[in-house]
Design a protein around this ligand. Structure first.
Ligand SMILES: *[C@@H]1O[C@H](CO)[C@@H](O)[C@H](O)[C@H]1NC(C)=O
Ligand SMILES: *[C@@H]1O[C@H](CO)[C@@H](O)[C@H](O)[C@H]1NC(C)=O
Ligand SMILES: *[C@@H]1O[C@H](CO)[C@@H](O)[C@H](O)[C@H]1NC(C)=O
Ligand SMILES: *[C@@H]1O[C@H](CO)[C@@H](O)[C@H](O)[C@H]1NC(C)=O
Ligand SMILES: *[C@@H]1O[C@H](CO)[C@@H](O)[C@H](O)[C@H]1NC(C)=O
Ligand SMILES: *[C@@H]1O[C@H](CO)[C@@H](O)[C@H](O)[C@H]1NC(C)=O
Ligand SMILES: *[C@@H]1O[C@H](CO)[C@@H](O)[C@H](O)[C@H]1NC(C)=O
Ligand SMILES: *[C@@H]1O[C@H](CO)[C@@H](O)[C@H](O)[C@H]1NC(C)=O
Ligand SMILES: *[C@@H]1O[C@H](CO)[C@@H](O)[C@H](O)[C@H]1NC(C)=O
Length: 284
């Protein structure tokens, strides 16, 4: 009796499955979904993208067709319900959109259409320009630095550096306007070198600006010559010194401040190694 019950139960289950399979083979295809496989619709020119078109239900085989601006791009046949992958290269503004796909099987007449997709073409940032309206500065002066990328999709985020050290929080610009910082020139290292960096939502495309130095505005016309000035630091490295002289009268004495900044050419990021030499000259 128990055996018979099990047999009957198994038979019922089997027939149910057969019915289901028979129903499946006649199932209409569902509306497919069109999605970018890499997950984002923001892309750069000449980027290769893969679009996936997929119906969740319907009896295979399935024929998928991709459309751009209602025009057929290509057709793929799938023997089962796995997604079909369309590979595209976005070269121009015309390739940006509007994409749709269609799924068809033998039961559906005319097929079913997917959602539409439009890509957004992003432009990488160009090398930013670092500049200042006050090229010459002296100690105790307030100066400004401006950083601007001529090209690149907005928003653009800028960061300012002195040597290798960042001297500003990230400045996010929603308009094509320069990011500006204010500086107080307090010591010889405040003369530079400065750089700025720009980036936007295009991945892996950070750009550094030109290097910028403020030159010292001399307080007096100096007839001083920098010849004869010798370095007392290690002469092993081949060093190229930039010498600034500042002369300030103190009663009858004159102080001469030299600042020697080592130049390290051929490096992407300059490091200012400033040494200040001081010498008092007494006039008779
Ligand atoms: C994009 O695809 C084309 C053709 O399939 C190929 O020639 C090109 O190198 C690919 N570009 C990138 C950036 O992968
Ligand atoms: C698209 O590229 C994927 C791999 O990125 C590949 O599996 C697929 O077959 C390609 N589709 C076509 C139609 O070439
Ligand atoms: C429809 O069915 C016929 C015969 O069974 C088959 O040859 C054809 O490939 C099918 N078409 C599609 C779109 O599934
Ligand atoms: C794609 O762009 C077209 C035409 O500009 C527009 O009609 C459609 O609504 C857009 N689709 C999406 C999903 O943004
Ligand atoms: C910005 O784009 C224009 C037009 O494409 C180009 O002429 C110019 O050289 C670009 N500027 C920079 C800094 O790359
Ligand atoms: C520089 O700016 C600061 C505040 O921004 C101000 O307190 C100071 O007086 C300014 N100095 C000069 C020389 O303008
Ligand atoms: C200028 O430098 C001196 C000594 O390094 C420091 O005490 C002072 O706070 C600085 N002033 C400003 C405005 O940064
Ligand atoms: C960024 O670019 C560098 C060099 O062009 C490359 O080696 C690296 O794999 C890229 N990283 C990403 C996340 O694309
Ligand atoms: C700024 O000064 C540094 C250190 O002296 C030097 O390496 C760099 O070339 C200078 N940059 C410019 C643009 O003059």
């Amino acid at each position: 009796m128990v055996f018979l019950t099990i047999l009957l139960f198994s038979y019922l289950q089997m027939s149910q499955q057969i019915q289901k399979t028979t129903a499946n083979s006649k199932e209409m295809i569902s509306n497919p979904r069109l999605i970018p496989v890499h997950g984002t619709l923001n892309i750069v020119r000449n980027q290769n993208v893969t679009l996936s078109c997929h119906s969740d239900s319907g009896s295979p085989p399935v024929r998928y067709t991709l459309f751009k601006h209602n025009q057929k791009v290509s057709t793929l046949n799938r023997p089962d319900l796995t997604p079909s992958l369309f590979n595209l290269t976005i070269n121009s503004a015309n390739d940006v959109g509007e994409y749709k796909c269609k799924a068809e099987n033998n039961i559906s007449s005319g097929g079913k259409y997917s959602n539409s997709l439009n890509f957004t073409l992003l432009e990488p940032v160009s090398k930013p320009m670092l500049s200042s309206p006050t090229a010459q500065a002296k100690k105790g002066q307030n100066v400004t630095l401006s950083c601007l990328s001529e090209n690149g999709s907005l928003p653009i985020t800028y960061i300012f550096f002195r040597g290798r050290q960042s001297i500003s929080p990230p400045v996010k610009m929603q308009k094509r306007e320069a990011a500006v910082i204010f500086l107080f020139i307090n010591s010889s290292s405040d003369f530079g070198p400065y750089k700025c960096r720009a980036e936007n939502s295009v991945h892996n495309n950070t750009k550094y600006s030109n290097s910028f130095n403020f030159t010292l505005a001399e307080k007096f016309k100096s007839t001083m010559s920098s010849t004869g000035f010798t370095s007392t630091t290690n002469a092993e490295e081949s060093e190229d010194y930039v010498i600034y002289a500042e002369i300030e009268p103190v009663k009858t004495e004159e102080y001469i401040n030299f600042s020697a900044i080592r130049r390290e050419d051929g490096k992407a990021e300059e490091r200012a190694c400033a040494t200040i030499y001081s010498k008092a000259i007494f006039r008779d």
